[in-house]
Design a protein around this ligand. Structure first.
Ligand code: TTP
Ligand code: MG
Length: 406
């Protein structure tokens, strides 16, 4: 049976959630990302804002210059996470073969579901209707024989679109489109292709495999398949995350060690809470720093024993931070901490080690209080310092990029 793969992506997701909450924002140029003079970037722009050239990833200062009348919203991650969960739950009602990609998009394998809904097209229309009725959001859906063409189709149909590419028509559907439309082709690859006078996907599909490999190495083969509309990748339920991390950009580049430490402590506690909630322990701790000139470094440390303790995450991160700062004189723009090499928590704790046991009990008690009263209800002396710097919203501090603070 020919495969029918759907790609579903919500339109202007963060902005649309804000518009549902506050209908006065509908039909206007709206940006979620932060204050217009802030240092962040546009996370999401309404389609009205896009007519002024605004795009995700654009510095907010540029956005406000191009469109001074735009309404800038800080946003709030928990709200988008909730909407995302409700969106995914609707999709799961239609097919168990579901692969979420980030918050607002997913692939769904609809092969064999035609008879239930009349056609795959009608199934997609029903999905869109439920998203509209229950969330007040519009989605765009692409349908094709494989993931890559389904995704190109949904993007092409935006906003509020529905585009089906008939079986066998994948290659001719892609042919007239510019190469940049093919997912995976970034600015660099696009420029290189254009310099070879390859401007359309059709032209790309006629390039020989050996020529593509000589220009792009191993990814040349993938380019060749995708340009020809060939994509056998299955729709797979997501594997459990293999790592977790938190990071933030400072309002001003800083050399203040005590601020760096406090922020590291706070981010480390969020990572620790995340680990414990998922019943995991980690063996590897990674510190990330971005300096004023945008140079970014990561430093990792592998522990002798796995951990889920805030104290160990912080102590290890602090060791890495002190070492990094002794090697570099520049001010710090961004700091982050993460854990990886995760294992099931189980009973790996060395029970002879009473200090480890005490730490575990302490972390559990803290998690319980936070669950009930919010993350900042209980704090170490170190993170209290952040009170003067970052706003709180009950769920925790709102760091530099509010729409992504979690
Ligand atoms: P997208 O689906 O790429 O963008 P979108 O939903 O805002 O707009 P479109 O109609 O084109 O799909 O990303 C989904 C959300 O992810 C977006 O609303 C905000 C967030 N996001 C960022 O935070 N930073 C980014 O650079 C991008 C691209 C998205
Ligand atoms: Mg989207």
């Amino acid at each position: 049976m020919a495969r029918r793969i759907m790609h579903i992506d919500l339109d202007a997701f963060f902005v649309s959630v804000e518009q549902v909450e506050n209908p006065q924002l509908k039909g206007k140029p709206v940006v979620v990302g932060g204050r217009p003079q802030g240092r962040g970037v546009v996370a999401s722009a309404s389609y009205e804002a896009r007519t002024f050239g605004l795009r995700a990833g654009m510095p907010l200062t540029t956005a406000s210059r191009l469109c001074p009348q735009a309404i800038f919203i800080q946003g709030s991650f928990p709200k988008y996470r909730d909407a995302s969960q409700r969106f995914m739950a609707i999709l799961a009602d239609f097919s168990p073969y579901l692969e979420p990609m980030g918050l607002d998009e997913a692939y769904l394998d609809a092969t064999g579901f035609e008879s239930i809904h009349g056609s795959t097209h009608q199934m997609a229309a029903k999905i869109k209707q439920r998203i509209k009725d229950e969330l007040g959001l519009t989605a765009s859906v692409g349908i094709a024989g494989g993931k890559i063409v389904a995704k190109v189709a949904s993007e092409l149909s935006k906003p509020d679109g529905l585009l089906e590419v008939a079986a066998g028509e994948e290659r001719s559907f892609l042919a007239p489109l510019p190469v940049a439309r093919l997912p995976g082709i970034g600015k660099k690859t696009e420029q290189k292709l254009n310099s070879l006078s390859i401007n359309t996907i059709g032209k790309l599909s006629t390039m020989s495999l050996s020529a593509l490999k000589s220009h792009f190495g191993a990814s040349g083969e993938v380019l060749h398949r995708f340009a020809n509309g060939i994509d056998d990748r299955e729709v797979k339920p997501p594997a459990a995350a293999k790592s977790t991390s938190r990071e933030t950009t400072f309002g001003k580049d800083t050399r203040d060690r005590s601020l760096l430490k406090s922020t590291l402590r706070y981010l480390g506690e969020r990572v620790g809470a995340d680990l414990r909630q998922r019943g995991k322990r980690a063996r590897c701790i990674t510190l990330k720093l971005r300096y004023a000139d945008f140079t970014t470094i990561t430093r990792r440390h592998t522990l002798a024993q796995t951990t889920d303790s805030d104290q160990t995450i912080f102590d290890t991160g602090l060791g890495l931070l002190n070492k990094a700062l002794s090697e570099e004189r520049q001010a710090v723009r961004l700091i982050g901490i993460g854990v990886s090499e995760l294992v099931e928590a189980g009973k790996q704790l060395d029970m002879l080690d009473t200090s480890a046991r005490r730490q575990e009990q302490l972390n559990k008690a803290i998690d319980r209080i936070r669950k009930k009263y919010g993350f900042t209800a209980i704090q170490t002396g170190r993170t209290l310092k952040l009170k003067d710097i970052f706003p709180e919203d009950g769920e925790g501090y709102t760091l530099q990029t509010p729409s992504l603070s979690r």
